[in-house]
Design a binder for this molecule. Structure first.
Ligand SMILES: *Cc1c(COP(=O)(O)O)cnc(C)c1O
Length: 388
């Protein structure tokens, strides 16, 4: 796997790095050291593989979407089934990886931020499994909008702390989690949910999500005897996309396509700036503050994006396109009807682009769509959107 940032202080070209106060930087330096120590340690890998298999349910299939392919009449579409993981999305891959590292580092307490609640639930799940104390910071506004996810985390034994400061949103939850970390770093591990934040997080999250493309590459070679024409994934912070791309980065003939919501086009329209402790392409308002975004998919509602995606965009190795909420909603319904698979609204953005692209390509082409999660969590929201 290409890892452009190790030994380079977390820089991908001009992006990434670590822009945090000195006391927090010390914590990041120690985390980097421990991650480098364990990432390729055979015992660590063996334990990680055990839980990925026995708990998460890997490897998950690369399913040929027969009916959808036939209906569109173009490229063959394969679906990488992260939706079949325990807890229904790719986030658990990273949560298990980081918690095993936390255990090695002697942490007794895990903290995390969450916006809509999906990362909070994945973290609370992993903490239940490993008997760790779990504290989830969540904006007050978000706890009210996502009351069921708060209850889910509590069922799993986590303590959810509503953050009233600022606007009571994700950004404020991140700030609180970082404050907690600075004060309690001796026994506390901050489990970050996407390929964002100060170094070493983007590199670490990529490392744990790269299992997606490690498997899909092996699977597509078995099924088709060739590499795919393109790999397509939705990009919020960018963790499922970087995991889906990782093992193809050096295969120049494979197109890598990240799909953003039209309502949060970070890579398509962003400018380089530092947010949340790292440099990336980001959407800023007139005052230079991160711009609020409004995607129908909560997991894609983030004004920044991982530094490696910013670099892949600028260097031209990956392409980034947008899909509208309407297109995602259509794709959500079409995949449900044709394949009997209800995708997450986030993943539906990737499906929407695959639908457009497959029609332009020939029957000899092969697409892999990363189905980052299942859509059960979105059914009620879609019900209201379709019935209004
Ligand atoms: C959280 C989430 C995303 C977005 O996060 P990334 O870090 O961009 O992958 C995408 N899909 C699903 C199902 C999610 O839960």
């Amino acid at each position: 796997m290409t890892s452009t940032s190790i030994g380079n202080k977390g820089y991908f070209g001009e992006f990434g790095g670590s822009f945090v106060p000195p006391d927090l930087q010390e914590v990041m330096d120690y985390l980097e050291e421990q991650f480098l120590r364990f990432m390729d340690d055979p015992e660590f890998k063996e334990e990680l593989n055990y839980y990925l298999k026995e708990y998460v349910g890997r490897e998950n299939p690369l399913t040929f979407a027969h009916n959808l392919t036939k209906q569109l009449g173009g490229a063959k579409i394969y679906l990488k089934r992260e939706d079949l993981n325990h807890t229904g999305a790719h986030k658990i891959n990273n949560a298990i990886g980081q918690i095993l590292l936390a255990k090695r580092m002697g942490a007794k307490r895990i903290i995390a931020e969450t916006g809509a609640g999906q990362h909070g639930v994945a973290t609370a799940t992993a903490c239940a499994m490993f008997g760790m104390e779990c504290v989830i910071y969540m904006g007050k506004v978000d706890t009210e909008r996502q009351a069921l996810n708060v209850f889910r985390m509590e069922l799993l034994g986590a303590k959810v702390v509503p953050v009233e400061k600022g606007q009571g949103r994700l950004k404020d939850a991140v700030d609180e989690a970082l404050n907690d970390l600075v004060q309690n770093y001796k026994n506390t591990f901050y489990l970050l949910g996407s390929a964002v934040g100060p170094h070493p997080y983007p590199t670490m999250v990529k490392h744990f999500q790269a299992i997606i493309s490690e498997e899909s590459k092996r699977q597509i070679l078995e099924k088709e005897g060739r590499l795919p024409t393109a790999v397509i994934a939705c990009a919020g912070g960018g963790s499922n996309a970087i995991g889906a791309f990782a093992h193809y980065l050096d295969d120049q003939e494979v197109r890598l396509i990240g799909v953003e919501p039209e309502e949060a086009p970070t890579l398509s329209q962003g400018v380089p700036a530092v947010i949340h402790g790292f440099k990336c392409l980001t959407l800023l308002d007139e005052k230079g503050e991160p711009q609020p975004t409004f995607s129908i998919a909560a997991g894609l509602d983030y004004p920044g994006v991982g530094p490696e995606h910013s670099y892949l965009k600028v260097s031209g190795r990956a392409e980034y396109v947008t899909a509208s909420g309407k297109e995602a909603l259509d794709a959500f319904q079409l995949l449900s009807k044709t394949e009997g698979i209800i995708p997450a609204l986030e993943s539906s953005h990737a499906v929407a682009h695959a639908i457009k692209l497959a029609k332009q390509l020939s029957k000899d082409d092969v697409l892999i769509v990363n189905l980052s999660g299942r859509g059960d969590k979105d059914v009620e929201q879609v019900f209201h959107m379709l019935n209004k």
